[in-house]
Ligand binder design. Structure first.
Ligand SMILES: Cc1cc2nc3c(=O)[nH]c(=O)nc-3n(C[C@H](O)[C@H](O)[C@H](O)COP(=O)(O)O)c2cc1C
Length: 173
């Protein structure tokens, strides 16, 4: 898929088909995470691939806002070093790259950030120095994804030269 189209049509989806995602697509997803940039190239993130159905169910039980991950074909737990300060932006970049790489292969995904952290640390052997930041669940869609996003218009979101001067396409030079 064309990169721009991939970005514009990717949705965060929470319902998945039972069809299995092939190993090469999973590998692409993890490679996309690895390829994402980190502050001062620290590469402090770590990724736990969860693909066993029983373990995915446990992941769902350890969540406060992502119970839907139980239906995913696989999930990735993103961990990062919170002492760095930029751990959330680095996690977010890895997550978005994984989601776009997956969608490019027709695989949808959703993310969540609500964890029962103590349980999750115990169940997934997460070391103290790393913080679980995001979980992404992946799978094939159950229906055709139309890619229509619910977003405010650029005229509300973007400004030109200073905050308050509304962006309009005709102001582009
Ligand atoms: C930082 C962040 C945290 C999120 N946390 C959750 C969450 O805990 N549970 C959930 O179901 N979705 C979560 N989402 C998904 C958002 O609800 C979703 O990105 C938003 O509704 C836009 O979805 P769309 O791109 O499909 O329009 C989160 C998204 C972001 C960026």
């Amino acid at each position: 898929m064309d990169t721009y189209k991939t970005i514009l049509t990717k949705l965060d989806v929470r319902q998945f088909d039972a069809k299995k995602v092939p190993a090469d697509v999973k590998l692409k997803v993890l490679e996309a995470a690895r390829a994402s940039g980190t502050g001062i190239n620290k590469q402090h993130w770590r990724f736990i691939l969860v693909q066993d159905k029983v373990v995915i169910k446990k992941l769902a039980e350890d969540s406060t806002s992502g119970g839907w991950v139980a239906g995913a074909d696989f999930a990735v737990i993103v961990l990062a070093e919170p002492q760095l300060g930029f751990h959330l932006i680095d996690s977010g970049r890895a997550v978005q790259d994984m989601q776009l790489a997956a969608w490019d292969q027709g695989v949808i995904s959703g993310l969540y950030t609500g964890f029962k952290e103590d349980r999750m640390r115990r169940d997934f052997a997460i070391p103290d120095e790393l913080k679980p930041t995001v979980v992404v669940g992946f799978g094939y869609p159950t229906m055709k994804i139309l890619g229509k996003k619910n977003r405010r218009p650029l005229s509300e979101l973007a400004f030109v030269d200073k905050y308050g001067t509304k962006f309009e396409p005709k102001k582009l030079n």
